[in-house]
Design a protein around this ligand. Structure first.
Ligand code: PLP
Length: 397
């Protein structure tokens, strides 16, 4: 291989890697906290964090130490045996949530796949074989496997993959009447994100989750939260639904669960978990000692330090600063967010703003073509935020 310059690398990438992503023309080599560096040594303040994944920042010393130590101890043995880090993470996740049990897997899609399967099996085990429908939300995002794209309320993600799985029905997000009309005796579960991420940082009205829970309770349907993006401290609570205090029956996690190591989890109550008896579902790599050692370090930091409070303060600073910008630049139409999950809806193409920010040394991204999304590491500091705001002030001006 004679690939010494970035352009040769990018050339090789574009010839040999599947074309599923349109990548930006930089090659990143190193990260620390809220910054990453490219192969030329140029620094970027990172408000993407690997898409809401590196919540504790890049290469957090305690997570790195946990991974290094575990890599020298035991990496993988399969789920035919017990391993200590997995047990610790299961204990910590259940101690800090509504859940009694955890199924470990490797990604968000796989966690939602498990949630969909367990919801259906729960009713089939009770002889309710007609009860298989999942009601999910328009503009939602739940993953790219056949079941999870079938549950995703965006045409562009389902397009080309017909026939999609039967038994999914979509209602507008934040529309309680539409939900009430569509949940009935055939509904096995209602699936939703407490805040829609890919859908454009959409926050439902206060009281919405309470009403969703009521509809589920009246009809007997299970409630599934997809907290893959909102979870692990992103919104300044460990899980976003804690803001409303409305518990689900099932919750899915991934993204920030191991701060960048591939890991997913499906959490549920004891009542629901009975449907996953031995042999019902499985994953070879689910919850390996290596990823759960990382996750254990993540959970310790999130539950034993003041990082969630820091996230709340920094989130207010970022959203407040963006609202100031909105007053001065009419192209900013709306600013919404909770904690460090913040979106700014603009007139015109978000991609142009993203590119201009990158040139100035800031990584941001864009969802739904015109919503700038800011999901920096939760350890972001005031000067990072202030620097981003003045960059945006120039770019938008
Ligand atoms: C990212 C995401 C997923 C999919 O996760 P993958 O790990 O990419 O499969 C599912 N749901 C939500 C809300 C997400 O943000």
């Amino acid at each position: 291989m004679t690939t010494s310059t970035p352009s040769a690398w990018i050339d090789a990438a574009d010839r040999h890697i599947a074309g599923t992503y349109k990548r930006f023309p930089i090659v990143l080599t190193r990260g620390k906290g809220c910054s990453v560096w490219d192969v030329n040594g140029k620094a970027y303040r990172d408000f993407v964090a690997g898409i809401a994944v590196c919540n504790l920042g890049h290469c957090h010393p305690e997570v790195t130490a946990a991974v290094c130590e575990q890599a020298g101890l035991l990496v993988h043995v399969s789920n035919l045996y017990y391993t200590q880090p997995q047990i610790d993470v299961a204990r910590m996740l259940t101690a800090n949530s509504f859940a009694d049990r955890v199924f470990f897997c490797n990604s968000g899609a796989e966690a939602n796949e498990a949630a969909i399967k367990i919801a259906r099996k729960y009713f089939q085990d009770r002889g309710e074989t007609d009860r298989f429908e999942i009601v999910s939300m328009k503009q939602s995002f739940h993953g790219r496997t056949m079941a999870t794209l079938s549950a995703t309320g965006q045409e562009k993600i389902r397009k080309g993959f017909d026939p999609i799985l039967p038994g999914f029905r979509f209602v507008p997000y934040n529309d309680i009447d539409a939900l009430r009309e569509n949940v009935n005796g055939q509904t096995c579960a209602v699936l939703l994100e407490p805040i829609q991420g890919e859908g454009g940082i959409r926050i439902p009205d206060p009281g919405y989750l309470h009403q969703v829970r009521q509809i589920c309770d009246v009809t007997g349907a299970l409630l599934i939260y997809d907290e893959i993006q909102t979870g692990m401290g992103r919104t300044s609570k460990l899980f976003a639904h804690e803001h409303d205090g409305v518990r689900p029956d099932i919750m899915t996690l991934a993204k920030a669960l191991a701060n960048g190591l591939p890991m997913g989890a499906m959490l549920c109550t004891e009542k629901v978990s009975a449907a996953f008896s031995p042999g019902a579902h499985a994953s070879t790599f689910g919850g390996t000692p290596l990823v759960t050692a990382a996750s254990r370090a993540v959970l310790r930091l999130l539950t034993e330090t003041d990082i969630l409070e820091h996230c709340r303060i920094m989130g207010d600073r970022l959203a407040g600063g963006l609202r100031d910008l909105a007053r001065r630049h009419s192209v900013v139409r709306d600013v919404r967010g909770k904690g460090l999950m913040v979106g700014a809806e603009i007139d015109g193409k978000g991609a142009d703003v993203v590119m201009a920010c990158m040139e100035k040394g800031f990584l941001i991204n864009c969802v739904q073509e015109n919503v700038l999304r800011f999901v920096p590491p939760l350890v972001v500091e005031a000067d990072d935020i202030d620097a981003l705001l003045s960059c945006l002030d120039e770019v938008l001006g």
